[in-house]
Design a protein around this ligand. Structure first.
Ligand code: 5GP
Length: 217
């Protein structure tokens, strides 16, 4: 758990980080993302817009913003998405406004997206982006995780393994590469990446003022 500083300690305003976690399914990305959100109060998950109907139990505004196709297309036309994609018969997009508001107020945003979404974010928000690619320790372990997670047929598991191979070929497009051999260690490492990125000079937008204050100017 990252504790907030006591009220009497100075804090220097900073710009938030857009932290992208990508991996083939089964590599442990969701577990790492969930743990990070639970232990670090300054980061929250990006909530996408989608045109697909909510599934049972999904909450509008929490899991997704559920909108209709007309509204989605109007948002595309108005440049309101940082990235968007069509997946099967539905549209999905990352709304720019919420992310900008979070970053501007010093909050970090976590993205659980694939390499295509990451490429688009790179084109639209390069300076704010920190990208992490998570790999399984071995093919056998990936297969084991895919098999224990869902009661899929051999054929479905084979398809997922093939898709994982495609996904993994994009590892080189990411800044940080992590082998998820031991999940607690991976969580600590992603936290360390985030902490270091928060300290980058360019993100510490209030530092010039703070140093001037220290120097009595
Ligand atoms: P689902 O409908 O099962 O929630 O998601 C289907 C697919 O859409 C998943 O592969 C998911 O990663 C992807 N997806 C969800 N939100 C977004 C988004 O904002 N942008 C993009 N590019 N893909 C998304």
């Amino acid at each position: 758990m990252t504790a907030s500083p006591p009220a009497n300690l100075p804090t220097v305003p900073r710009r938030g980080v857009m932290l992208v976690l990508s991996s083939p399914s089964g590599a442990g990305k969701s577990t790492i993302a969930k743990a990070l959100l639970a232990r670090d109060p300054d980061i929250s998950m990006s909530v996408s817009c989608t045109t697909r109907p909510p599934r049972p139990g999904e909450v509008d505004g929490k899991d997704y913003h559920f909108i209709d196709v007309e509204r989605f297309q109007a948002m595309v036309a108005a440049g309101e998405f940082l990235e968007h994609a069509r997946v099967f018969d539905n549209f999905y997009g990352t709304p720019r406004g919420a992310v900008e508001a979070a970053l501007g107020s010093g909050r970090d945003v976590l993205f659980d997206i694939d390499w295509q979404g990451t490429q688009q974010l790179g084109q639209n928000a390069r300076a704010d982006l920190v990208t992490v690619f998570i790999l399984p320790p071995s093919l056998a372990e990936l297969e084991r995780r895919l098999r224990t997670r869902a009661q899929d047929t051999d054929e479905v598991v084979k398809k997922r393994m093939a898709k994982a191979g495609d996904e993994m070929s994009h590892w080189f497009e990411y800044e940080y590469i992590l082998l998820n051999t031991e999940v607690d260690r991976s969580i600590a490492r992603v936290q360390a990446i985030l902490d270091a990125e928060r300290l980058k000079r360019d993100r510490q937008v209030g530092m010039a003022g703070f140093v001037n204050h220290l120097r009595g100017q």
